[in-house]
Design a protein around this ligand. Structure first.
Ligand SMILES: NC(=O)c1ccc[n+]([C@@H]2O[C@H](COP(=O)([O-])OP(=O)(O)OC[C@H]3O[C@@H](n4cnc5c(N)ncnc54)[C@H](OP(=O)(O)O)[C@@H]3O)[C@@H](O)[C@H]2O)c1
Length: 320
């Protein structure tokens, strides 16, 4: 069984992925955790906790070598340390390669799967896919400000293919269970429900034309799982995949959430107030996941986001 280390293993996506890998019976899984409580959460799910500082390249490299890790997955939000994480993984791969080379042996490359996001496409002027360049002068959209650096980081990962087998997965806006990213749009509706005031307008900090790409957290985990299954040569020449199930407009989402909360107050879309995160949520998505379906064999199972939104809203409310 290959050994997989999930960085961010105790996070929203990292935990869903780690559990999926364990449940398959095909992988032994390690996960990073920053507190003993989160370490315990991982251990309970048969995931070996790593509580060292994985943002330190030396420490990360040692963890990979000592635990004989075959694939590392970066699902952290340690954005300012992304380069050190890549350095640690690359360093481990070179150490392993050079050790074997001394005995005239070769071995498989270390695998590295990176979690990016569809916000790197921005609001493109026309339909795009994961084959469309992002962050360049010929790109059809400009990456959302909070993820502008990611276009360059994706390139750094692709450039490390001489020592690593890599995959870059770009989830859309994720829903299901905690659904934390939807707080900005859903909290004002929850507050209206709690106040019982159905006459005052609910103010949503979004552009009225916002159109969000969406995907369920379990389907994102399945996409990463499929990429890990194929990491040693099964991903083709361009191992970059957008994971999107459907795109939905902010008005449709808000009306569905109002219905779930039985709120009838009117809604005012107040724009993004110069807030880069609100701006990113207000992008107009024009990407889809054709290549994930054909190359990864990805079959998202959780569709009909709007139809099923009462379930997701109740789970989100329970997580508040
Ligand atoms: N959620 C979405 O809708 C969405 C959509 C597209 C892309 N993404 C990307 O998916 C990745 C995971 O997001 P998520 O929603 O799962 O977020 P999350 O629940 O906040 O998980 C992030 C994980 O990273 C860990 N982490 C953060 N800073 C760290 C540091 N300095 N050192 C070590 N670990 C650190 C966190 O540890 P703690 O638990 O200890 O804080 C947590 O385990 C991110 O890169 C995000 O940009 C998310």
């Amino acid at each position: 069984m290959p050994n997989v280390l999930v960085l961010g293993g105790s996070g929203y996506l990292g935990l869903a992925l780690s559990k999926s890998l364990v449940a398959s019976g095909n992988y032994t899984v390690w996960g990073s955790a920053r507190t003993p409580e989160k370490g315990k959460l991982l251990a309970l799910s048969e995931i070996s906790p790593v509580e060292d500082d994985i943002t330190n390249a030396e420490i990360l490299s040692t963890i990979i070598i000592e635990n004989d890790i075959n694939v590392v997955v970066d699902t952290t939000s340690a954005y300012e340390h992304a380069m050190q994480i890549l350095e640690g993984v690359t360093q481990a791969a070179k150490t392993r390669r050079d050790t074997l080379a001394k005995e005239n042996f070769i071995g498989p490359k270390l695998g590295f799967v990176y979690c990016s996001g569809t916000w790197v496409h921005g609001s493109p002027s026309a339909r795009v896919s994961d084959l469309s360049p992002v962050g360049t002068t010929v790109s059809k959209g400009k990456p959302a400000t909070p993820t502008a650096w990611r276009a360059g980081h994706e390139q750094a990962i692709l450039a490390a293919r001489d020592v690593l087998d890599v995959a870059i997965l770009r989830p859309a806006t994720i829903y299901g269970r905690g659904s934390w990213i939807w707080n900005t749009w859903w909290e004002p509706v929850l507050k209206a429900k709690q106040s019982g005031n159905n006459s005052e307008a609910i103010q949503i900090p979004a552009d009225v034309q916002a159109r969000s790409p969406t995907v369920h957290v379990d389907d994102v985990a399945a996409g990463f799982h499929a990429a890990i299954d194929r990491i040693d040569g099964g991903l083709g020449a361009w191992p970059v995949f957008d994971l999107v199930t459907e795109t939905v407009g902010v008005q449709e989402v808000t009306e569905a959430v109002k219905g779930a909360f039985e709120v009838t107050a009117p809604v005012e879309y107040t724009g993004t107030h110069g807030n880069p995160f609100f701006e990113a949520l207000s992008l107009v998505s024009k990407t889809e996941a054709g290549r994930a379906r054909t190359v990864l064999g990805w079959e998202p199972r959780r569709t009909e986001f709007i139809l099923n939104i009462p379930v997701y809203v109740r789970a989100w409310e329970a997580a508040q």
